[in-house]
Design a protein around this ligand. Structure first.
Ligand code: 1CP
Length: 342
C-alpha cells in the first residue's frame, strides 16, 4: 500500500497534492453531529460511547472527504481519567473541581476509564479508507493544567498564571505528572492504531519567557522524546496556539514533526525561519471559513501560494466556528482537491 498523503507530508516528503483536515471538523456546525449529540444525551457520554464517537469521527470524512480523521474525544478526558470531577454544562463549556496537584498515577484505573477511547480508535480504523490517516490527540500539559487549576476556561487563566509564577516548583511537579499521563495516553492511542498524534497547546500564547520554555517547550520535548523512544520517528504535530515569536524555538527544540500555525502568524515567515526543519499546518482564519465565497477563496489561494513547495497540511488556525455553513467547508474541500502543484 502506498503511504497516506498526510503521513508523506509529516515525513517532509514533497507531494503534488496538499492534504487537508480541519480542527474541530466534527462538531456542532454539522446537523448529523447535532443529531448524534442529542441521541447521546451528554457530551461525555458521546465521548465514551465507542460506536457513537466513531460515527462522529467519520461524519466529516463522509461528507467532505478530508485526508485525515481526528479522533472524536476531548482533551479534558485526561484530568477526568486522573480522578478529577468533570462536567460539560450546556452552553457553558467544561467545569472541573479545581485541583493543583496530581498524586501517583494509577495507570490501571486511568486506562480503564479511557478504554472507550482506545476502542473508538479500533472501530474507526476498521471503517476508515486505507488512504486516510487517523489522528489521535491530547492536550499539552500547560493547557490541561490551565483547566485543572482554574476549573473552567476564560481565555486568560490569570489565576493559574499567578499560582504558577508564585509556586514554580509546585507547578513544575504538576506539569511533570501531566507529561507522564500524556505520554502514556498517546502511546496507548498509538497501540490502538492512530497514524499520527497532535498535541493541542491552545493556551501556549499566554506564557511569557522564561515560562514558555519551561512549561510549553520542555514538557512537549519530553513527551516527544518518550514517544520516540518506543516509536522512533512517529509523526507528532504540535499546536502552540498564539505562540508568536516563540514559534521558532518551539519548532526547533521540541523534536516535533510538524507545527500547527494559528492565523496570527505569517506562513511565509514561518517557512523562511523554520520551514526547513518541520512540516507546517494550518493558518486559515476560521472566520474566513465562516464567511465563505470570494473571501474564503482568496484566503485559500493566498495560503497555497505562500506554502509554495514546502511540506504543508491545509488546516485552520483554530477550530471550526459552530455557525459555519457546511457548504463553505464543501467549497474549501472542492478547491483543495482540484489543486495540484508542479
Ligand atoms: O456539546 C458539545 O458538542 C460540546 C462541544 C465540544 C466538542 C464538539 C467540546 C467541548 N469538545 C468537542 C470535541 C473536541 N475537542 C475535539 C474533537 C475532534 C475534532 O476536532 O473534530 C477536539 C480535538 C477537542 C480539543 C479541545 N477541547 C481543545 C483544544 C483545541 C481548541 O479548541 O483550542 C480544548 C481547549 C478543549 C476544551 C473544550 N471542550 C469543549 C469546549 C467548549 C472546550 C473549550 C472551553 C474553553 O473555551 O475554554
Amino acid at each position: 500500500m502506498t503511504k497516506k498523503l498526510l503521513i508523506q507530508v509529516l515525513e517532509r516528503e514533497y507531494t503534488t497534492s496538499i492534504p487537508f483536515w480541519l480542527m474541530r471538523q466534527a462538531g456542532r456546525y454539522l446537523p448529523e453531529y447535532r443529531a448524534l449529540r442529542a441521541e447521546a444525551g451528554s457530551f461525555l457520554n458521546l465521548c465514551f460511547s465507542p460506536d457513537m464517537a466513531a460515527a462522529a469521527t467519520l461524519q466529516p470524512i463522509d461528507r467532505f472527504d478530508m485526508d485525515a480523521a481526528i479522533l472524536f474525544s476531548d482533551i479534558l478526558v485526561v484530568p477526568h481519567a486522573l480522578g478529577q470531577k468533570l462536567d460539560f454544562r450546556e452552553g457553558e463549556g467544561p467545569r472541573l473541581e479545581p485541583q493543583k496537584k496530581i498524586n501517583e498515577i494509577n495507570f490501571e484505573t486511568f486506562d480503564k476509564k479511557l478504554a472507550p477511547v482506545y476502542e473508538t480508535i479500533r472501530i474507526v480504523k476498521k471503517n476508515l479508507a486505507g488512504d486516510k490517516a487517523l489522528i489521535g490527540f491530547a492536550g499539552a500539559p500547560w493547557t490541561i493544567a490551565c483547566y485543572m487549576v482554574q476549573g473552567y476556561g476564560d481565555g486568560e487563566f490569570s489565576e493559574v498564571k499567578k499560582f504558577a509564577f508564585n509556586n514554580t516548583a509546585e507547578f513544575d511537579r504538576l506539569i511533570e505528572k501531566l507529561v507522564e499521563a500524556t505520554t502514556h495516553y498517546l502511546i496507548e492511542q498509538i497501540k490502538a492504531g492512530v497514524d499520527a498524534v497532535q498535541i493541542f497547546d491552545s493556551w501556549a500564547g499566554l506564557l511569557p519567557e522564561p515560562y514558555f520554555g519551561r512549561w510549553v517547550i520542555i514538557p512537549t520535548q519530553n513527551i516527544v522524546t518518550n514517544i520516540h523512544k518506543l516509536y522512533p520517528g512517529f509523526p507528532i504535530i504540535g499546536f502552540p496556539r498564539r505562540a508568536g515569536m516563540f514559534y521558532q524555538d518551539y519548532a526547533e527544540q521540541t523534536g516535533i514533526s510538524c507545527v500547527g500555525l494559528d492565523q496570527h502568524c505569517s506562513l511565509e515567515q514561518a517557512i523562511c525561519s523554520f520551514g526547513s526543519k518541520v512540516a507546517l499546518q494550518g493558518n486559515l482564519d476560521p472566520v474566513a471559513l465562516l464567511a465563505g465565497g470570494k473571501t474564503l477563496e482568496g484566503e485559500i489561494k493566498r495560503i497555497l501560494a505562500e506554502a509554495g513547495k514546502s511540506p504543508f497540511i491545509f488546516n485552520l488556525g483554530h477550530g471550526v466556528i459552530k455557525e459555519t455553513p457546511p457548504e463553505n467547508v464543501a467549497q474549501l474541500a472542492k478547491l483543495l482537491k482540484s489543486y495540484q502543484r508542479e
